[in-house]
Design a protein around this ligand. Structure first.
Ligand SMILES: [Zn+2]
Length: 130
């Protein structure tokens, strides 16, 4: 990783809520995130390290309460890890550059990928296209 920080540095960089999601794999409450209804064209970056993770042109309304995308912006920027917590078999999605927890990916998304990247708003920074 190119962006290694100590947990103390992360605590100083992130708000308490963002720290809980990105560094402690927390989940924001559904329908609470400020990017859920964001419809403007633009790019979604990692709040931890500013890596480019998602684009508005793959964002869709999954009705699940979290921002959802059917693809990542650039292959490999988001990495996958099996997550067996809470008695479920899920695939966690992680920012490759900083290791921050983003959310989970499910295989019930729309075409063309069939994937649903379910991402915590608070893990992202939205940059509208000028
Ligand atoms: Zn990151």
């Amino acid at each position: 990783m190119t962006n290694e920080k100590t947990e103390q540095e992360w605590r100083e960089l992130l708000t308490a809520d963002a720290y809980r999601v990105l560094r402690e794999k927390g989940t924001e409450r559904p329908f609470s995130g400020e990017l859920l209804d964001e419809l403007r064209p633009g790019d979604y970056h990692c709040k931890g390290c500013d890596a480019w993770l998602f684009s508005s042109n793959t964002k869709f309304d999954a009705g699940c309460g979290w921002p959802s995308f059917y693809a990542q912006a650039a292959a490999g920027n988001v990495i996958y890890q099996a997550d067996h917590s809470h008695g479920m078999q899920r695939t966690e999605i992680i920012c490759k550059q900083c290791g921050g927890h983003l959310g989970h990916v499910f295989s019930d998304g729309p075409e063309p990928t069939g994937q649903r990247y379910c991402v915590n708003s608070i893990a992202l920074i939205f940059k509208p296209k000028a």
